[in-house]
Write a new protein. Structure first.
Length: 912
């Protein structure tokens, strides 16, 4: 499993958060180990059968955890439980050491650290240890399930952190798990034991006597296979404890309703993903009814079954959880009131954290169960309801499955249709031009194509079969001869075959072309910009890519071959560097890499540039997953349980991979917006988990953009030392990503003369706007300038809005006069305005004169002279003698050195 990587762009698919542990994480014991009021996780790691490791992940209270600190325990531990064994108020842990035939007690120090382990012998190969007070003395005791000696061991606690020698009680074959509960309502704790063996289908009930001893077992059948985990609760509200039993090889959970006397009814069962390993209880949707949360290592997921409150449960919802999950706990780790899940993953050496949502689900990729060994997946709207559906091909089931989409990223159950033998690839398209989506399956053993004509209602007509060359591997769909009808190109062991579509869902006989060694995959694009479709082929045995240039009539020229990488498998085309030429990306299945080969636009390719991905990369596709307008790459890593996303900044220089969880052995991969939010989502078929994982794209994506109105801001002349009315600047996020603002400030020469307030906050959604209000308060006379500077995540950051204004020390009061109506030839009463020098130096006046349209109609006298001392005032008297009827205007213009010169007193009146 590849290690964790850091994200470098604003892009995210829903996936569980990874926290590395030691080797082979097995079980989680949540508790507050450092007494800070926050839940932590102690994780026991099997460690390949050597001395085990306890990894302590201290919680931060927000759903994140600090890096693991490791402590040694006994050999081959399979379980961990916690409690205060010595009564000091600190939480301790105990591990069941399968290969040590013992339990190890690690006393806690109260700060999240532990003392050295102390071992106590128990039965042979203990797989489970639970903590309870069996003899009601106020001291915690232990019980282990001993898989090989077919018994449970009871170790009574002394209250000082030590324990008495074990007392053993027989069980049925292969006990692997114990659940402690009062099963017969007598106030004494009893045991329900999961008896695990390849052919076992039993569980054992041992009723407690209240003194630390137990009655002989009573054995019950689950009518399933390989019981592995048990949970106890009153599921039907009758006051009697019931059991939920996970059956690893039965691939189901059994619900055994209790009779209240320690006996149980014949169980009902609910199908799960392969190999359920652990069952937890939680009311995740807060409806007052207990739900089941089950980790399945065969599906690499979590099954969530909502309870109905009557002892029955709804069909499971599935969420990707990691690689080989063995145990699950459900707690509110982030204190948001929603229950979260944490899963211990054996193969990937980690804990995956799935935050709980208010709707009772988990923040991780939803998973849909399929038929046997799904080899490929395609997306499209097969029932014309505007919602994206899924089709898969189940290779060993010889079926095509169709799951109708709900429009929110989830899908209904699969309906299956028979294909030929061993279908290995699936595609969608309208092959008969009836405007209804069809599906086509490529059958490797039969050497055929099965075309399923869509009826437009989510069903298909009878499949039409067309022969292909021997052992077909993959196919690509497109119009290869420009007739408006879809054709198919098929890669096979011997070359590439072209099947020209007739337009009715049938095809002309295949025409074969030689490519490189063992062509594995084929894709379609125009590599020489002649408007004709060409073929690109990944040659698995040839370490090369072949280009077959099209003639435009469905025929192709001889292949040109270009070195690629080790064992090329999947191939995708697209313009990765924005030069208008088609490029190639190919997976190198034995080299854990992708080769990018830039096109020259003439039907040739440049040398490959390689990028690291996961183990055994197979299929690949190109799409804009981070919404920045450039093509990224998605790669299915068959050797793991994840896909790699390689983001492209626009120059074909791909960023380091980000990994996202899928089912086991991901093969097919398809892209579409399955939940209608405008982002490209992914569907990935898990070959060994029999699932399709839907990776919902939460990217706000693309680039943030800033639009400013106005782009400059000018203030009128304003009195020094006095704030002006505010003037607004509207900032609009014109991009497709959220604008993140780190700073809005006034900068420049006279920055102290301007102030700003804003409504923007730290983020502005795409398309949204906010307002920046600017006030001018000049500190001196004359022209003043500055800028509003905005620092953010837009490409052109920082943005600037120039600011300007003029300060003056000349205060005119009033600065506007209206003389009203005056008879023509008559003179009005004089009106006065006061000029004050508000500065701290003498104001020098050059002139005071009447200017404007009707200068002869107005007159002025003043006391100002040629200067006005600092802080002093003078008066200007004005009269109005209209020369004609109608509106008359003019101004008194004052020329000086006080800033903003000339200042003006506007005058108006009406002649009658």
């Amino acid at each position: 499993m590849a290690g964790p990587v850091s994200r470098s762009v604003a892009q995210e698919f829903l996936t569980a958060v990874r926290y590395p542990t030691a080797t082979n994480a097995y079980v989680i014991a949540p508790a507050d180990y450092n007494k800070d009021g926050i839940l932590d996780m102690a994780v026991v790691n099997y460690n390949g059968g050597a001395d085990g490791i306890v990894s302590m992940l201290l919680g931060n209270g927000d759903g994140t955890f600090r890096p693991a600190v490791n402590y040694t325990t006994g050999a081959g531990p399979r379980f961990i439980s916690s409690g205060d064994f010595d009564g000091d108020g600190n939480i301790d842990v105990v591990t069941a050491n399968q290969l040590g035939d013992s339990v190890s007690v690690l006393l806690g120090k109260g700060d999240g650290t532990f003392k050295a382990p102390v071992a106590y012998a128990v039965g042979m190969h203990p797989w489970n240890v639970q903590v309870a007070d069996f003899n009601r003395d106020g001291k915690l005791d232990l019980v282990t399930a001993n898989n090989t000696s077919n018994n449970v061991s009871i170790l009574l606690g002394k209250g000082d952190g030590t324990f008495n020698l074990p007392t053993n009680y027989a069980t049925d074959t292969g006990p692997i798990f114990t659940r402690v509960a009062d099963l017969n309502n007598d106030g004494f704790l009893d045991l329900a034991v999961a008896d695990f063996a390849p052919v076992s289908n039993t569980y054992s009930i041992l009723l407690g006597n209240g003194d630390g001893t137990f009655k002989p077992q009573v054995v019950y059948s689950t009518f399933s296979q390989a019981t592995v985990s048990i949970a106890a609760f009153d599921f039907n509200g009758d006051g009697k404890v019931d059991l939920a039993i996970a059956n690893e090889l039965g691939n189901d959970v059994s619900i055994a309703l209790g009779n209240g006397d320690g006996t149980f009814q014949r169980p009902s069962s609910y199908a799960l993903d392969p190999h359920p390993r652990s069952v937890a209880l939680a009311d995740t949707n807060k409806d007052g009814k207990m739900d089941l949360v089950i980790a399945s290592d065969g599906g690499n997921d979590v099954d969530l079954l909502y309870g109905n409150g009557d002892g029955t449960f709804q069909p499971p919802l599935r969420f990707a959880a990691g690689y080989d999950p063995r145990y699950i706990v459900v707690e509110d780790f982030d204190s948001d009131g929603n229950l979260d899940a944490a899963v211990a993953n054996f193969a990937s050496n980690d804990v995956r954290y799935l935050p709980g949502l208010a709707n009772g689900t988990f923040l991780s990729s939803p998973v849909t169960g399929t038929g046997a060994k799904p080899q490929g997946v395609a997306l499209g709207d097969f029932n014309n309801d505007g919602k994206i559906d899924q089709v898969v091909i189940n290779s060993t089931g010889n079926t095509l499955g169709l799951a109708l989409g709900n429009g929110n990223g989830t899908f209904g159950p699969f309906t299956t249709f028979p294909t030929g033998k061993l279908p290995v690839f699936v595609a969608a398209g309208d092959f008969n031009n009836d405007k209804k989506l069809d599906a086509v399956a490529l059958n490797q053993t039969d050497n055929t194509i099965s075309l399923f004509p869509g009826r437009g209602d989510g069903t298909f007509g009878l499949a039409k079969v067309t022969r292909t060359p021997t052992k077909p591997q993959a196919m690509a769909v497109g119009d290869l001869n420009g007739d408006g009808k879809l054709d198919i190109a098929v890669s096979s062991n011997n070359g590439v075959s072209v099947l020209i579509g007739i337009g009715n869902g049938t095809f002309m006989p295949a025409v074969n072309y030689t490519a490189g060694g063992r062509p594995q995959s084929v894709a379609i694009a125009d590599f020489n910009n002649d408007g004709k479709q060409d073929l690109s082929v990944a040659n698995n045995a040839g370490a090369s890519v072949s280009l077959l240039l099209g003639n435009g009539n469905g025929t192709f020229q001889a292949a040109k071959t270009f070195a690629a990488g080790n064992s090329p498998y999947g191939i995708a085309n697209g313009d990765l560097n924005g030069d208008g030429f088609q490029d190639v990306a190919v997976t190198n299945s034995t080299a854990q890499s992708v080769s990018v080969m830039l096109g020259k636009g003439d039907g040739t390719l440049q040398a490959p540039v390689k990028y690291s991905v996961g183990l055994t990369p197979q299929f690949i596709l190109a799409g804009d997953f981070d919404k920045n307008g450039t093509l990224d790459l998605a790669v299915a890593n068959y050797g793991e349980a994840d896909i790699s996303i390689l983001n492209n900044l626009g120059n074909a220089m791909l960023q380091p991979q980000n990994l996202y969880l899928t089912g086991s052995s991901p093969t097919g991969i398809a892209a579409a917006d399955v939940n209608g939010d405008g982002a490209t989502d992914l569907a990935v078929s898990g070959y060994d988990s029999n699932t399709v994982t839907t990776l919902l794209n939460t990217s706000t994506g693309g680039f943030a953009g800033v639009s400013l109105n106005p782009t400059t801001l000018t203030f009128p002349v304003h009195l020094v030392g006095n704030p002006s009315p505010s003037k607004p600047i509207t900032l609009t996020n014109s991009g497709t990503a959220t604008l993140t603002i780190s700073d809005i400030s006034v900068t420049g020469t006279n920055s102290n003369d301007f102030t700003q307030t804003n409504t923007c906050g730290t983020t502005v959604a795409a398309g949204a706007s906010c307002t920046i209000n600017v006030v001018f308060e000049p500190s001196a006379a004359g022209t003043r300038s500055a800028s509003i500077t905005i620092t953010d995540n837009a490409l052109d950051s920082p943005q600037n809005v120039p600011l300007s204004g003029v300060g003056t020390v000349v205060k005119l009061l009033p600065s506007e006069l209206n003389f009203g109506k005056v008879k023509v030839g008559s003179t009005s009463t004089s009106r006065m305005s006061t000029l004050t020098n508000t500065g701290n130096t003498t104001l020098n006046i050059t002139s005071i004169a009447i200017t404007g349209a009707n200068t002869a109609d107005f007159g002025e006298t003043d006391t100002c002279g040629t200067s006005v001392a600092a802080g002093a005032s003078c008066t200007i008297r004005m009269i109005f003698t209209p020369k004609a009827t109608g509106p008359r205007t003019a101004s008194v213009s004052i020329t000086d050195d006080g800033g903003g010169s000339p200042q003006a007193i506007t005058m108006s009146g009406t002649g009658i």
